[in-house]
Design a protein around this ligand. Structure first.
Ligand code: BGC
Length: 430
């Protein structure tokens, strides 16, 4: 039966400041692009020029019936030099949030989404001795300036992805390859979340606050091979479980160390899951099984994983709502995105879990970090030369789901029935 309803889950879309705003704030990513480290040679200075197109983009959200919008703040715009805040940037974000409010769109605001001001980086980044106090001052500014317009916050996006890509695999700025430093950064980010969680609640007692976890399914390539089994269990623990446990309970287990000043307790008002894919592992590198569905970047498409992870989280840390704060796929031709949306939402519809939000990544195409402009995740296509926005069929499908609070037979037939995923053994993409 292709139709289903989604009575309890509100649908929204997600973005991040550096990936859409454009412009020349001095961030770690603008520097990384200037150093020639982006695959297609692009830089975040262009992106989707959202900074200059806020009214147009909000009109598009409204046209699609979207009522929930996850967005980020660019710290380097708000605090271009240490301790100096820019009133114009504050006014700009206030204007954006006010417009969202007037359009009946509820924002979920991310404070740190892989983006850092250049001066913060120059002073040692997250490993500087005063990194936490510096970050907290920014958090206070954000709550003070925007708290009347924002009830829901994500403190930090994907601490595990940031720490590993930036400090272990050298793929992201600052391009380091050090396990001890990666662990220290992970530890600092977890503590930064606990500190921000507490501070936001002191300033805004009714706020809803969480940290967005990038969660994957890890499977051994050969289930009977003990080395593969160990790799899967260890990856799962080191990459995600340890961090989730610390932020959900305030209790630290190795390799993380206890953070002084933050007693055990719950440090999230909702679980925030970013889910994209399953990894099939033989060792400590990501792998993809043979003969599976994959997206343009070769990531396995595995809808069941979304619920497997949510079930695990809900049974270990029960009693709080679950937000899927990101889920989406790279599909330049928009040839299978509707099926991807359908298959993942069908998992939510069939489950009894308290999944109350789902934010599709991404609203428009976005500047995809080290991949640059080439990787396309948008429900809305962006022509980067003209900045023309064109709603994909998947965007129309998503709007239809929102309007009908579920997938109708007609929508299934129109948008999903003919779509198939590329398969990595059929010579499909990657
Ligand atoms: C990140 C996004 C990114 C997306 C797709 C997530 O891990 O939070 O910033 O664009 O994955 O790669």
């Amino acid at each position: 039966m292709p139709a289903f309803s989604l009575p309890r889950c509100e649908l929204g879309v997600a973005t991040a400041a550096t990936q859409i705003e454009g412009g020349e704030p001095d961030t770690n990513w603008h520097r990384w692009a200037a150093a020639g480290r982006i695959l297609d040679g692009s830089s975040p200075a262009r992106a989707t020029d959202h900074w200059n197109r806020v009214p147009e983009d909000i009109a598009l959200l409204s046209e699609l019936g979207i009522r929930h919008y996850r967005m980020g703040l660019e710290w380097a715009r708000l605090e271009p030099a240490r301790g100096k805040f820019d009133p114009e940037a504050v006014a700009h974000y206030r204007d954006e949030l006010t417009r969202l409010h007037e359009a009946g769109i509820k924002p979920l605001v991310t404070l740190h989404h892989f983006n850092l001001p250049g001066w913060f980086v120059d002073d040692g980044g997250w490993l500087a001795s005063d990194a936490l106090t510096t970050f907290l001052r920014f958090v206070e500014l954000a709550v003070h300036e925007f708290g009347d317009l924002v009830e829901e916050w994500i403190t930090i996006n994907e601490p595990n992805v940031y720490a590993t890509k930036s400090y272990l695999y050298a793929e992201w700025p600052p391009g380091e390859r050090s396990y001890p430093r990666m662990l220290r950064v992970m530890q600092v980010l977890v503590t930064a979340h606990l500190a921000a969680y507490v501070r936001i609640h002191q300033l805004q007692p009714n706020a809803m606050v969480s940290v967005a976890h990038h969660l994957r399914i890890f499977e051994p390539a050969k289930p009977r091979n003990p080395a593969h089994g160990i790799a899967a269990v260890t990856s799962r623990y080191l990459f995600q479980s340890a961090v989730v446990h610390a932020t959900a309970t305030g209790r630290f287990a190795p390799p993380l160390l206890a953070s002084k000043g933050y007693p055990p307790g719950r440090y999230c008002d909702f679980h925030a899951i970013n889910y994209y894919s399953r990894s099939t592992v033989r060792g400590f590198a990501d792998g993809v099984a043979a003969d599976v569905d994959v997206n343009d970047l070769g990531w396995e498409i595995y809808p069941a994983g979304l619920i497997q992870l949510a079930v695990a989280l809900n049974s270990r840390y029960p009693g709080i709502p679950i937000y899927i704060t990101e889920n989406g796929t790279c599909d330049a031709a928009d040839g299978f995105r509707s099926r991807f949306v359908y298959d993942h939402l069908a998992q939510i519809a069939a489950s009894r879990l308290p999944i109350v939000r789902y934010y599709h990544w991404c609203f428009t195409d976005n500047w995809e970090w080290a991949e640059g402009e080439a990787a396309r995740f948008g429900l809305v296509h962006v022509d980067y030369d003209t900045q023309q926005r064109t709603v994909h069929d998947s965007g129309r499908f998503y709007a239809d789901i929102i309007a009908n609070r579920g997938v109708t037979e007609a929508a299934y037939d129109r948008y999903v029935a003919d779509q198939q995923y590329p398969n990595n053994s059929l010579g499909g993409r990657p």
